[in-house]
Design a protein around this ligand. Structure first.
Ligand code: NAD
Ligand code: LMR
Length: 325
């Protein structure tokens, strides 16, 4: 049996965690032979609720789960962790502007980045789920100069899965028939779900659907799916987000083979995206490392959309620059 790994999850008493923690503890994320110690962070007011969640996890008697560490202290939470899923964040309230949210969460992710820098294992893999996820990941990365910037990522896997599911429904196929889906850019309404390279059962997706559907249905549906769920459910997506987080980390740790997935990662300059911006790219993963899929042809239609989401990320980055000074 392997040694247990420490996995930190912030916002442990929130809705996403309520589906995610149980699956991590069951071994679905890191494998059936990998014992786990959960490190759960919460706000002081939510620690009692967190205890209740931990009682339920205990009641599952998961064979792989060795311990649960609960705290409102960043040092306790991040010491020796090899994975950190940063889920907790302040949600947008009535009348709050995007910039207000950026700044409030900017403060949270500056502190969490510093604490990861000081206490986590040097190989810690970080996934930011809390919104605005890309820029929060950027802030955490910049606040952790001693860690490898490549280890800071943000979640666009939910967008990727949404895109797969929409295309499968439209083409009457199974999601497993679909290969080479791509989501570029920000986890926001400017993201660009791109089927230019996608195949469905070996056929080019673009030959199976018309451009009108791509422009007026597919792209806006995926971009607006989070808002549509909030409208229908009265709360933001939680189980689907938790599952996407699990898949993001699982694939990063365990490898994708040839399968493309979308991850928001610090750009290395590929496809002209400015270096360091946390931008969603198509990647494959192997041995715990991701690589951007190279050599894709980008037509004018795609470039305009990739530029728009890049511009939004640059604006977000500039809006928090003083927090990082
Ligand atoms: P939630 O409000 O149910 O839970 C968030 C939890 O985080 C709360 O229990 C809160 O007490 C805690 N928290 C807040 N600030 C914290 C801090 N500084 N330290 C520790 N804990 C803290 O929210 P949720 O539905 O679980 O969603 C969490 C975040 O994920 C939100 O920002 C949401 O917008 C985002 N989200 C992202 C995606 C994505 O695809 N990237 C998808 C869905 C939701
Ligand atoms: C989602 O994509 O479901 C979340 O990021 C929630 C939101 O605000 O869209």
């Amino acid at each position: 049996m392997k040694q247990p790994v420490r996995v930190a999850i912030t916002g442990g008493a929130g809705q996403i965690s309520y589906s995610l923690l149980f699956r991590i503890a069951s071994g679905e994320m890191l494998g059936a032979d990998q014992p786990i110690i959960l490190h759960l962070l919460e706000m002081p007011v939510a620690l009692e609720a967190l205890k209740g969640v931990a009682m339920e996890i205990d009641d599952c008697a998961y064979p792989l789960l060795h311990d649960i560490v609960m705290s409102d202290d960043l040092k306790v939470t991040f010491t020796d962790v090899e994975y950190a899923l940063l889920v907790g964040a302040t949600p947008r309230g009535p009348g709050m502007e995007r910039n207000d949210l950026l700044r409030i969460n900017g403060d949270i992710f500056t502190k969490q980045g510093k604490a990861l820098n000081d206490y986590a294992k040097r190989n810690v893999k970080v996934l930011v789920v809390g919104n605005p996820a890309n820029t929060n990941a950027y802030i955490a990365m910049k606040s952790a100069p001693d860690l490898d910037a490549k280890n800071f990522t943000a979640m666009t896997r939910l967008d990727h899965n949404r895109a797969l599911s929409q295309l499968a429904a439209k083409t009457g196929s199974r999601v497993t028939d679909i290969k080479k889906m791509v989501v570029w850019g920000n986890h926001s309404a400017t993201q660009y779900p791109d089927i230019s390279h996608t195949t469905v059962a070996g056929k080019a997706a673009k030959e199976l659907v018309d451009q009108e559907w791509i422009v007026n249905d597919f792209i806006p549906t995926v971009q607006q799916r989070g808002a549509a769920i909030i409208k229908a459910r009265g709360k933001s997506s939680a189980a689907s987000a938790g599952y996407a987080a699990l898949e993001h980390v699982r694939d990063w740790a365990m490898g994708t083979g040839d399968n493309w997935v979308s991850m928001a990662i610090p750009s290395d300059g590929s496809y002209g995206i400015p270096e360091g911006l946390i931008y969603s790219f198509p990647v494959t993963t192997k041995d715990g490392e991701y690589s951007i899929v190279q050599g894709l042809e980008i037509d004018e239609f795609s470039r305009a959309r990739m530029d728009a989401t890049q511009k939004e990320l640059e604006q977000e980055r500039d809006a928090v620059a003083d927090l990082l000074a």
